[in-house]
Write a protein that binds this ligand. Structure first.
Ligand code: MN
Ligand code: MN
Length: 485
């Protein structure tokens, strides 16, 4: 028996016009083909593994380096003193003190025609130790801390924390610490005040009720068995550090020790559509960037493809591993000198000015629990695709670079052509706050830069939330950009 074709009502002129003229923001889950669903889950699984292993900038860069070397990338550093030139298809990386990383694939065209760049940052808000951190108070061994990045202090109490870091001992030994991540490891915590005695505290403003100075980490409570010495609880903790890692107290002075939540990243929601975890900002973008270059469309690209994974974004992109430093410019110079017949400063300047970049960072997703701070029509929404942010900054657009109209339309065009769903992403209502990214520092070099990224809920908290489909869509957007920009 034949089924009758269903006759749809003809579209009204208004419907036709509306389809033509208005931007159609759709939930990506409604738009994907069934065969895409397993790919989205699979990509998320890979990301969760990365996130669990890379909870600090050093760890994340370390995993990326292992993978790059396994994939045939070679250190540009080792090539610099050789007379050999780079050829199209060659894969190189530049390891910046183990905390920041630039890598790329050499294209057929001259670097003077510009590079196609993706960038993200790999540091996240956390609790760092002070330089002389360990002390004893009232029978407890405690670590004194100085938080890193913009955190709400109170969110970091009463949760299990893991100790990660790098200590260079007096003897010059490089010790990597990671305590609290393995099942059976001890963990640490910052205690909170019981509600029964919090009557006064609860009257205070959230910004005041827990001082940054009060973020002290509980590290021990058992005294060392020798009543001839003072501070026996502290001494027992020190003795354990010494036994297990060869560390003495003064080694903490220059160490980089970071306390992060012990949580593993987990599927979130019964439908498993989201991922909850520590450090999505900005490692979800960093992961998407990394995978996009590893899985670029062609082995020998037309233009040279570059990824920048940078450190210190959360405290202003400072230092010699941050985006304000000249490390990327240096990399571009080395790259030009190793690909061009004759290298001059002019060639480098032309390379930078002809380069284009997507600066990938997470965006504050609209949260119905906090409706009043968002402008719903320009905010990003979980599940609605890759976010494009023409500008960042705060009150009066201060402190961000703004992408040029021509470049914005070029990126929108690439995404549209490839069927990649994208959305807007202004950060909150005007004058409600703001933030910045690394975009302006790369823009200073003359590179065309557009901010983009993945929407996140509970940003900068110990447990941030993203949507798996945004992660996957953004990854695809990055691949399209590398190929076509
Ligand atoms: Mn960020
Ligand atoms: Mn951030």
């Amino acid at each position: 028996m034949k089924t009758k074709p269903v006759k749809e009502d003809p579209k009204t002129p208004g419907q036709i016009l509306s389809e033509k003229l208005t931007f159609d923001l759709k939930n990506c889950w409604d738009t994907i083909a069934p065969e895409e669903r397993p790919k989205i889950q699979e990509f998320a699984e890979g990301y969760k593994r990365f996130l669990n292993q890379g909870k600090t900038e050093r760890e994340f860069v370390g995993i990326c380096l292992d993978r790059l070397r396994a994939d045939g990338f070679v250190s540009l550093d080792t090539l610099l003193d050789s007379g050999n030139k780079l050829q199209p298809g060659d894969r190189v990386y530049w390891n910046i003190k183990g905390k920041s990383l630039v890598f790329g694939v050499i294209g057929r065209r001259s670097p003077k025609e510009g590079l196609n760049i993706l960038g993200a940052h790999v540091d996240s808000p956390r609790i760092d130790l002070k330089t002389n951190p360990l002390y004893e108070d009232s029978g407890f061994a405690l670590f004194d801390t100085h938080y890193y990045g913009g955190i709400k202090h109170y969110q970091w109490t009463a949760i299990p924390l893991a100790m990660h870091g790098t200590v260079i001992t007096k003897e010059g030994k490089n010790v990597s610490l990671c305590i609290g991540e393995e099942e059976g490891d001890p963990v640490f915590t910052i205690t909170d005040l019981l509600p029964h005695l919090a009557q006064d505290q609860m009257q205070k403003k959230a910004s005041e009720f827990l001082d940054g100075e009060a973020l002290n980490i509980l590290a021990g409570s058992e005294p060392y068995q020798d009543d001839k010495v003072k501070n026996r609880v502290k001494l027992l903790v020190l003795s354990l550090f010494h036994e297990q890692y060869g560390i003495v107290e003064e080694d903490f002075a220059g160490a980089e020790i970071e306390f992060v939540p012990t949580f593993k990243s987990r599927d979130l929601g019964l439908d498993r559509s989201m991922i909850g975890g520590y450090g999505h900002d900005d490692r979800c973008c960093a992961y998407a960037v990394f995978q996009a270059l590893l899985h670029a469309e062609t082995e020998v690209p037309e233009k040279t493809l570059i990824c920048i994974l940078t450190d210190k974004e959360e405290i202003g992109s400072v230092g010699n591993t941050g985006a304000q430093s000249r490390t990327f410019e240096n990399f571009a110079a080395y790259l030009c000198s190793k690909t061009l017949e004759r290298y001059t400063d002019i060639e480098l300047r032309r390379c930078l000015e002809h380069s284009v970049m997507l600066c990938a960072d997470v965006n504050a997703a609209y949260d119905p629990n906090y409706d009043s701070v968002y402008d719903k029509k320009t905010a990003s929404h979980l599940g609605k695709g890759m976010v494009l942010s023409k500008y960042t900054g705060r009150g009066g657009k201060v402190g961000g670079s703004e992408a040029n109209a021509e470049f914005c339309q070029k990126v929108q065009g690439i995404l549209n052509k490839n069927g990649i769903r994208w959305q807007f992403g202004d950060l909150g209502k005007v004058d409600k706050g703001g933030g910045g990214t690394i975009a302006l520092y790369v823009a200073n070099l003359g590179v065309e830069v557009l901010d983009c990224g993945i929407p996140v809920l509970s940003m900068h908290s110990p447990f941030e939330v993203i949507s798996k489909i945004d992660l996957y869509t953004t990854y695809q957007g990055f691949r399209a950009f590398l190929q076509e920009a």
